[in-house]
Design a protein around this ligand. Structure first.
Ligand SMILES: [Zn+2]
Length: 229
C-alpha cells in the first residue's frame, strides 16, 4: 500500500478487526504503521468485504481470527487524505488552500470539488496570467490566444472545456463557486489542470532560479561574471 503521510509504498501487515455484519457483507477497521523508518506513521482504513475467511490461528499481528475476503470498499479514515500528490512547496497559500479543499471533498461531492477548482483556476488565471474577465471560459480564451503558454498547458485547458462540455452548458463557467451539474471525470480533470498550472507558474520558475543560482556560484568561483537574467 502507499502511505498517505510520506507517499512511500510498502507491504502492509493487515490487522483487520470486524466491526459489523450486514446481509451483503462485513465492515472492518484495518490499521497499519508505515514501514518507512523515516515515517512510521499510523494509517487506519475502513473496509467492506463481501465474504469472510477465518483461521484457527490468529493472522499476522492479530486482533481477529477472521479476515476480509473479496474487499470492495477501502476508505482511509486516518489520515484524512486527498489521494493526490502533495502541493509543491512553491505554490502560494492563496491558491493551494482552494485546491486542497477541492481534493478533500472530491470523493464525497465531485460537484463541490469542481466548484472550488473553478474558483482556484479563475484566481490563478487572473493573478498569474492577467486574465481579468469574470467568466472562466473567457479567461481561458484570453490565455490561449496570448500564445504565451507551452503546449502542455494549452492542451490541458482545451481539454477542460471539452470535458466540461461547455457547448451544452455555456454558463457553467460564468458564476464563480456555483454548484452545477458536471460531466464524468470533470472534477478530477479540473484538479489535473490546476496541477499543470501550479507546475508552470510556480514550480518551473523556482527550479530555473535554483539552477541559475547554482550556475552563478560556479561562475563567480571561476572569477567570471554571474548571469543577470
Ligand atoms: Zn509513511
Amino acid at each position: 500500500m502507499q502511505c498517505p503521510h510520506c507517499l512511500e509504498h510498502f507491504t502492509s501487515r493487515d490487522a483487520a478487526r470486524c466491526v459489523g455484519e450486514e446481509k451483503d457483507g462485513y465492515w472492518w477497521v484495518n490499521s497499519n504503521h508505515c514501514a518507512n523508518s523515516d515515517c512510521g506513521r499510523l494509517i487506519v482504513q475502513f473496509l467492506h468485504s463481501r465474504c469472510v475467511g477465518s483461521s484457527s490461528r490468529p493472522h499476522d499481528r492479530m486482533v481477529d481470527t477472521r479476515f476480509p475476503v473479496d474487499i470492495d470498499v477501502v476508505t482511509v479514515i486516518y489520515p484524512k487524505t486527498t489521494g493526490r500528490p502533495p502541493v509543491p512547496a512553491e505554490v502560494p497559500n492563496e491558491y493551494s488552500e482552494d485546491y486542497k479543499e477541492a481534493c478533500l471533498v472530491l470523493a464525497d461531492s465531485p460537484k463541490a470539488s469542481a466548484a472550488l477548482s473553478r474558483r482556484c483556476l479563475q484566481h490563478i488565471l487572473r493573478e498569474e496570467a492577467g486574465a481579468t474577465a469574470r467568466d472562466l471560459n473567457v479567461q481561458i480564451d484570453f490565455v490561449l490566444e496570448s500564445g504565451s503558454l507551452p503546449s502542455g498547458v494549452t492542451s490541458s485547458l482545451h481539454a477542460l472545456r471539452e470535458i466540461g462540455n461547455l457547448a451544452a452548458h455555456p454558463t457553467k463557467y460564468t458564476v464563480t463557486g456555483e454548484i452545477v451539474p458536471i460531466e464524468p471525470g470533470e472534477a478530477e480533470w479540473c484538479l489535473d489542470v490546476i496541477e499543470v498550472l501550479f507546475h508552470h507558474y510556480f514550480v518551473e520558475p523556482a527550479d530555473l532560479d535554483k539552477r541559475k543560482n547554482a550556475l552563478n556560484e560556479k561562475l563567480v568561483a571561476a572569477g567570471r561574471k554571474p548571469l543577470t537574467s
